[in-house]
Design a protein around this ligand. Sequence first.
Ligand code: ATP
Ligand code: MG
Length: 565
Amino acid sequence: MNDTPTGTDAAADGAGQDFIREIIRNDIASGKHAAPVTRFPPEPNGYLHIGHAKSICLNFGVAEEFGGRCHLRFDDTNPTREEQEFIDAIERDVRWLGFDWGDHLHHASDYFEQLYAWAEHLIRNGKAYVDDQSAEEMRQTRGTLTEGGAESPHRSRSVEENLDLFHRMRAGEFPNGTRVLRAKIDMASGNINLRDPTLYRILHATHPRTDNAWCIYPRYDYAHGPSTAFEGITHSLCTLEFESHRPLYDWLLDNLPVPSKPRQYEFARLNLTHTVLSKRVLTTLVRDGHVTGWDDPRMPTLAGLQRRGVPAAALKDFIKRIGMARANSLVDMAMFDFSIRDLLNKTALRRMAVLRPLKIVIENYPEGQVEELDAINNPEDPEAGSRTIRFSRELWIERDDFMEDAPKKFFRMTVGQEVRLRYAYYVTCTGVVKDDAGTVVELRCSYDPATRGGDSPDGRKVRGTMHWLSAVDAKPAEVRLYDHLFASPTPGSDGDIFDDINPNSLEVLPGALIEPVLATGNDSDPVQFERLGYFCRDKDSAPGRPVFNRTVGLRDSWAKQQKKG
Ligand code: ATP
Ligand code: MG
C-alpha cells in the first residue's frame, strides 16, 4: 500500500467507481503505469459546453485522484474554423472549473513537423499513398456499411512517386482539394474508418499559430492518436462516437515509431434535455442572433453558466451524480438544476427583491416613521449573520401575492386576511385602490404593532408569509428570468431543431426593486431572492441600474419527481 501514488486513497474512498477509474486502478496495481497521464483535446472552433465539462472533469479528475497529470491540448488541425477567441475562452473555462494543466499546454500544431515526418515514414513503408481522386470520387468509391469500397487507381504508386508528390503538396504546388495523403489499409474492411482514411489534405489557409508555414493539414484522426503517443498519454479518453475509430487509432500507433502506446477508452457523451450540445447548432444560435452571444445565460456553454451564476462546484457535483456510463443516455435538465439549488441553498445570502411591485400603504403606521429590523442572511449558515432592513408606512409587495377574489386556499394577501410580512409585522389588507381601467394600483392595509419581528404574542397563526421592501429602502433593478432555450425536451427530434426554440426563454422585468445592499458593489456571487429563486448580478449592470439574472428558481421539481418515481 505504501508505494501507491498520492491520491489513490482519495479515489478509492468513493470519489468514483466507474469503469474508467477501475481500468486506471488496475493499470496501477499491475504496474503497467505508475500514474495516469490524460489529455483534454478541444478543437478551438467554439466555446466549451456542459458536455465538455464532463470530459474535463473525467480527464483532469482522474489525473488528480491518481497522482498523474492532464494535458490541455488544442486539436487545431482545421485553420478555417478556429479562432484565438475560442482558444482564450477554453483556457479560461477549464481554469474556472478549477483545473490546471501546469506546463502541459499543447497544440496539435506543435507537432506538425513530427506528424509530417511520420507520414513520410508510412509512405516509405508502403502504408500511405497520394491519391489524386476528387472528394466526390472518393465518396463514391468508399462503399457502404454493408459493402466494401473500391481501390483507388493511384493506390499502387511507388514510394518514390508518393514521396515526391507529398513533398510537392507541402511545397504548395497544388490547389485545395486536388490531392490527399491516404493510409493504405483495407478498402474491403467492414469498418469504414479503415478504408484508406485520409491523413492529410491540401488547405491554403492561414493558421492561428503556424501562420502560413503549412498548406497541408493533418486530419483529426491522424493528428490525434500520434499526438497522444508523442505526449506519453496513458489513457486516451473520448466519447463513444470514436469507438469505431479505435482500430485506426491502434493501426497508426502500430505502424509509426511512436514513443508510447496510449490506449483509447470511450465513455458516453452527455446529452441534456431542453438544450443542445452540438457546436454546430450552438454556433448557428450565436451567428443568427437567437441568443446574445456565446455567454448568453441561456446557452449551455460554460461561459453562459458562469454568467447565469452557476457555481463551478455545482456543475462538478452534477457531473459526479450522473456518473461515467458506457451507454449514451439523456439526462434531465432538472437534475442539473437540483445540483445548483442544492449548493446555493447552503451558500447564497438571502435578500429581498420584488420583481413586479405593487404598493401597499399601512394606514395605522405613523407617517414619516422608519424602523430598523433584523433579517437573517442565511438560515443554513449561522456564520453569515444578519443585516438591518427598514420598515415604513409605504411598502412594496409582489403583485402576484395579492388576489382580489381569492379562492379559499389562497393564503397570501386579499382583503380581510391577515398575513405576515417577513421579519416585520402581521398586516391585513383593508381596501383596494384602482385606476380608471380597473387595475389594482395600491392596497390599503393595517398592521398589528404587537407582532414586531413577525411573531404574534397571543399565538395567533397566519398561513402566509410574504417578502416585501419598504419604499425608503427599495432600489430599482432590471431582472432577467430565463427558461429553457428549447421548448422540446429533445430539440430537433421531430423536425427542424430551430423550430423548437422556446420563444419565451427570456423575460425581462425592467421595474424590479431590490434591497440597498444589492444596489451597490459589483459582487457577482449568487444570492437568494427570498421566495423567488437564486439570482446574480449581470455584467450589463451600470451604476444606479443593476441587472440581475435568475440562476435557477426555488422549486424543486426534481426531488418531487424522485419521490413519485
Ligand atoms: P466537434 O468535434 O463537432 O467540433 P465536439 O463537441 O466533439 O465537437 P471537441 O472540441 O472535439 O468538440 O471536444 C473535445 C472533447 O470533449 C472530446 O474529447 C469530446 O469527446 C468531448 N466532448 C464533446 N462533447 C461532449 C459531450 N456532450 N459529452 C462528453 N464529452 C464531450
Ligand atoms: Mg470532436
